[in-house]
Design a protein around this ligand. Sequence first.
Ligand code: SF4
Length: 402
Amino acid sequence: MTATISRTPATDEVVLEATGLTKHFPIRRRGRDVARGPARRVHAVDDVDIALRRGRVTALVGESGSGKSTVARLLGQLYPRTAGEIQLHGKSTRVRGGGRKFREYCGRVQLIFQDPFASLNPVHTVRYNLTRALRVHHHAGRGRGDLEAALAELLNQVSLTPPERYLSKFPHELSGGQRQRVAIARALAAHPEALLADEPVSMLDVSIRLGVLNLLRDLKEQMRLAILYITHDIASARYFADETLVMYAGRMVEGGDSETVTQSPGHPYTRLLIASAPDPDQITGTGERFAITDSGEPPSLIDPPAGCRFHPRCPFAMRRCVDELPPRIEIGDAPDHWAACWLFDADTVAGDTPGSAAKSPASVVAPTSPAAVPASGAIPRPSAPADDAGGNPTNPGEAVTR
Ligand code: SF4
């Protein structure tokens, strides 16, 4: 099987949209700390705009601690937000856990978590886990026949066939790939319009990740789902997502269609992510065009840097970067490709020199124009392993019994 990039025709129907999404977690204080100054907060997510469109996958990429999972939980309304608005089909919505409105919202927006073993109840069978989801969302039908048909359809949708082989299994009797497929089936039991997939393949063996990503892509195309795909693997974003957004230290720093963001990255942080991705070209020394050497760690989100949050690590930092937060600036090489970086502001670059405020100035060309950034070949496409519906490459549907 050859890995292919699937691109869904653009649709403008926005299913779920957030504007100015912000989440600050207060730090609990004890003892003498209570009397010492104002309460401090973790600035996990600041001023994030994101739109999920019907039949499209939006990837949210960034390193650990960048706020990606918090965005998913905010969109799923598992956390109350500090500021910002969430709209479902253009209608502002704010729900709290447990109530009828929350269940209605969950019927339209479902989350898939990173660890399928932790997200499925380990003392109950697949039948119980799926039946409960169908009943909670009123899709179990009227009698036993309807329920059996609904269970079979769910397992068929996630390629766990024949369904009767899996219904009586416990989560520990399934492989990691099969467990994640059951978790996806449970999400589908709600008949959602949007799926928020938080690192859905990062805990799976490399050999079965592509099978689960292909399943999600097929579901997107068949059911016209709006999917948020959260990952730290920018290579898989290129393969799987129509649009890619890059997040750093709680803020969005770059966005555009996946091909453009991964092949012509604008923001220095995106270039760093790509330079860090496993790439045979880089190993052989031909991947230098994106070579940015890392010069530090992500900042503390309790007291994040002023100006551009990437400036302590950025080899192109200028004086303005230290004081002023860069807005979204159109890069101009492709429609809707933007970066929150002063390098793309002509006046800033004309009055300063990229790297003048950097701790370790770069030896590579600053990406001040599309021409400075090479056109193709940055991210390798993943090679296709044997398909997985479970972990047995010769019989994909077979359960692994431990
Ligand atoms: Fe941030 Fe300035 Fe570097 Fe752009 S050049 S990423 S604005 S520090």
